[in-house]
Design a protein around this ligand. Structure first.
Ligand code: FCB
Length: 305
């Protein structure tokens, strides 16, 4: 006997209720006044991943009341996880078209996700006219690649997204102004090149031909944190990468990033990352399948996610 199957309705990421249960979802939302997409996206608890969006036409409004701000063509916005989403077409504009990418970042992207300009928790970067085509193509390319069905579709899309995030940081005029002194850049390179060793501030200062106190002052002024704290950040970033991408024992990872005492390494790591190195490795190893199964398939917190 022949049964007719009911047509399977594909969930639509542009409408409420879509489960964002992937590493990456990309799309274009073309809102026109009075059409079916003309509503405010409302996710009071934010999302589990990041959202980056680029306005391509018209004007959008983010948040309401005193916190409200508009976005226009060339504006890139970055919503970190758990940041509330409330945005739609600005009432004064007849449309708001925006490209967007929902993503769960790779661990080592964290530096590129702390944008210099921020409005109520949302990163903002205004692209000059000459860059808009490039970024628009990158967004479109990420979406096409991701849905292409090729063998490494998701990896390639993540790869392009990494490029997009790097380009955004590279083009951020504030990140240029901030680190303008070549000696600070040289000091950073010297520190990251010697993470495993116990390099003293005097050695770094010597290397960049500054007095230790002048270096300490300049470093703090331009990097926003003191040199030792910055080195600790780099050590933890490197440790996370080694835990994720190698099978070296925890003690070796600790040693490779400058902690000879494994207990001390674990203590610092836990303080900074929130879990122990071995838990971090276990979680990362299972990452794709287990995360999708255990965490991402949880019911969305808001009806709109
Ligand atoms: C769509 C929205 C878009 C983005 C994605 C995640 O419904 O139109 O702005 O928030 O969801």
């Amino acid at each position: 006997m022949y049964h007719r199957l009911a047509p399977v309705t594909q969930p639509n990421p542009l409408l409420p209720g879509y489960p964002f249960n992937a590493w990456l979802v990309a799309g274009l939302t073309p809102i026109g006044a009075g059409d079916s997409l003309d509503f405010f996206i409302d996710r009071p608890g934010g999302m589990k991943g990041y959202i980056i969006n680029l306005t391509t036409a018209g004007r959008g409004q983010v948040f309401s009341g005193e916190r409200a701000f508009d976005c226009e063509p060339g504006d890139l916005l970055l919503f970190p996880p758990q940041t509330p989403h409330f945005y739609g077409r600005s009432p004064g504009s007849d449309c708001w078209h925006h490209r967007w990418i929902y993503f769960r970042p790779r661990a080592y992207w964290s530096d590129w996700l702390a944008w210099e300009e921020e409005k109520h928790g949302v990163g903002r970067l205004r692209l000059p006219e000459r860059l808009r085509g490039e970024f628009d193509r990158l967004f479109a390319n990420i979406e096409q690649t991701h849905t292409s069905g090729r063998r490494f579709a998701e990896e390639l899309a993540m790869n392009l997204l990494e490029r997009l995030l790097l380009r955004a940081v590279e083009e951020d005029p504030r990140s240029h102004q901030k680190i303008r002194d070549a000696r600070v850049i040289e000091a950073c390179q010297f520190i990251t090149g010697n993470l495993a060793g116990e390099v003293k501030i005097d050695d770094v200062a010597n290397h960049v031909c500054l007095s230790p106190s002048r270096l300490a002052h300049l470093f703090r002024e331009q990097m926003g944190v003191n040199l030792l704290r910055w080195r600790e950040d780099q050590r933890i970033i490197r440790a996370r990468l080694l835990l994720q991408t190698t099978q070296e024992p925890i003690a070796t990872v600790g040693r490779l990033v400058g902690y000879d005492d494994q207990l001390y390494f674990s203590r610092v790591f836990r303080k900074r990352v929130g879990v122990s190195p071995s838990d971090f490795r276990r979680r990362s190893l299972d990452a794709h399948d287990a995360l999708v199964a255990l965490e991402m398939w949880e019911l969305p917190r808001s009806a709109n996610e």
